[in-house]
Design a protein around this ligand. Structure first.
Ligand code: PTJ
Length: 243
């Protein structure tokens, strides 16, 4: 039992949630180390959404609005952390939701699909094929999902799929707390923010755009700007942390 008065209450509760995700077969054991790496970068970023990440989240909303066939790719960590937020984003964006796993087992696909459906998502099902030229199981995807997508949102993953998807001509929106990661470096639009802050922020930006009937052109994206600004945020924090 973690007392609410604990200064790291939220972080500790999230860790419990991830551990429960492992016990339930949703999160891969390796997902805990990925989470720990994310936590470390979030610490360095001040555990808040920077102005630059907020801008990237608005740009992501615009990309999704202009997408012909948007897909949200969900792995174990993302499902455990924010299944409900994914359902909200699917509702406003009309995006397909596809479960795509690095540590793929049929059992985990079923468990994660059930969790997402319980949260209100409609999840792609049926046969998958190796549409992405990768030697591991992240290459397996649905013909009417990631294979057909023009814009794909990939929250926290390992980088070679993001690279492969960009090479296939797709726009990749990555959510990753590590601005140095291969995913963040390869993405068309890197969002350097924590996934439970980033996904609701994209949803709320889309809601504002839709209610305001904003029909601006699909945005031009300078991806390295968001990486540079995240590194500068970390540098500024380190410069002043002992003051
Ligand atoms: O569920 P599976 O089988 O698909 O496996 C998922 C993991 C996450 C284990 C797999 O994709 C993996 O190994 O990922 P990596 O290579 O560890 O990359 C995860 C990235 O996400 C790292 O750069 C972390 O900094 C980042 N990250 C971790 N937690 C969060 C995060 N970014 C945003 N929000 C988080 N909560």
């Amino acid at each position: 039992m973690i007392p609410e008065s604990h200064p790291r209450y939220r972080s500790l509760v999230t860790r419990e949630q991830m551990a429960a995700g492992v016990r339930a077969g949703i999160v891969a054991l390796e997902g805990l180390t990925a989470h720990g790496r994310g936590e470390a970068f979030d610490y360095l970023l001040g555990e808040e959404t920077s102005a630059s990440a907020a801008e990237a989240e608005t740009v992501a909303a615009l990309l999704l609005i202009h997408a012909r066939h948007p897909v949200i790719s969900v792995n174990g960590n993302t499902a455990a952390l924010c299944a409900g937020a994914i359902a909200d984003l699917q509702e406003i964006s009309g995006a397909y939701v596809e479960v795509n796993l690095f540590h793929r087992t049929e059992e985990r696909i079923v468990l994660i699909t059930e969790l997402l459906e319980k949260a209100g998502c409609t999840v792609l099902k049926g046969p998958v094929e190796r549409h992405i030229p990768l030697d591991h199981d992240r290459g397996l995807c649905h013909a009417d999902g990631i294979a057909a997508a023009d814009v794909i949102l990939v929250p926290l993953e390992d980088g070679d799929r993001a690279e492969a998807l960009v090479q296939m001509g797709k726009s990749v929106i990555a959510v990753d707390l590590n601005p140095l990661s291969r995913t963040a470096q390869a993405a068309t639009l890197p969002i350097i923010d924590e996934v439970t802050r980033a996904i609701p922020a994209i949803t709320s930006a889309m809601k504002k755009m839709k209610s305001g009937a904003i029909h601006s052109e699909p945005p031009q994206i300078e991806s390295r700007k968001y990486l540079r600004e995240a590194l500068m945020t970390i540098q500024r924090r380190l410069d002043h942390v002992l003051d």
